[in-house]
Design a protein around this ligand. Structure first.
Ligand code: DHK
Length: 145
């Protein structure tokens, strides 16, 4: 079965590979996008923005166009009621994804406001977590028929 997935990435993830590699590793966002494109079982949109309003509009677009949404909201996980409200609008499955294990991090990065608005949360698997999230998303969408 083919399913259309949108994968959205929030602020500073365009700097993966050189940003705090001891936390996020050396893989770039471009490399992650290539892995995801190869793993896709249907149309895939893979996007990144450093702007909160743009991320909210991307969520609205996913709600209109995608069967499922995977989002790494990055820093907005801890601050954004606007992103929370946008995620509540999405009817299909939403996976919140973090490269790092946010629960094992400093107090600022421990509590995602957004987790209460999503279907599932994956964190701490490193960049490969994107592929885990895609597999889980396809399973959920297949189960829906
Ligand atoms: C990425 C970020 O930019 C941080 O703000 C989050 C998340 C964690 C990640 O692990 O992918 O705390």
């Amino acid at each position: 079965m083919t399913h259309k997935i949108h994968i959205l990435n929030g602020p500073n993830l365009n700097k993966l590979g050189k940003r705090e590699p001891e936390i996020y590793g050396y893989t770039t966002l471009g490399e992650i996008e290539q892995w995801c494109s190869k793993a896709a079982r249907g149309p895939l949109e893979f996007k990144q923005t450093n702007h909160e309003g743009a991320l909210i509009e991307m969520i609205h677009q996913a709600e209109d166009e995608a069967d499922g949404l995977i989002i790494n909201p990055a820093g907005y996980s801890f601050t954004s009621v606007g992103v929370f409200d946008a995620l509540k609008i999405v009817e299909g499955p939403v996976i919140e994804l973090h490269i790092s294990n946010i629960h094992a991090r400093d107090a600022l990065h421990q509590h995602s406001l957004l987790s209460a608005a999503v279907t599932a949360v994956i964190c701490g698997l490193g960049p490969r977590g994107y592929l885990t999230a895609m597999g889980a998303m396809y399973e959920m969408l297949d189960a829906r028929g």
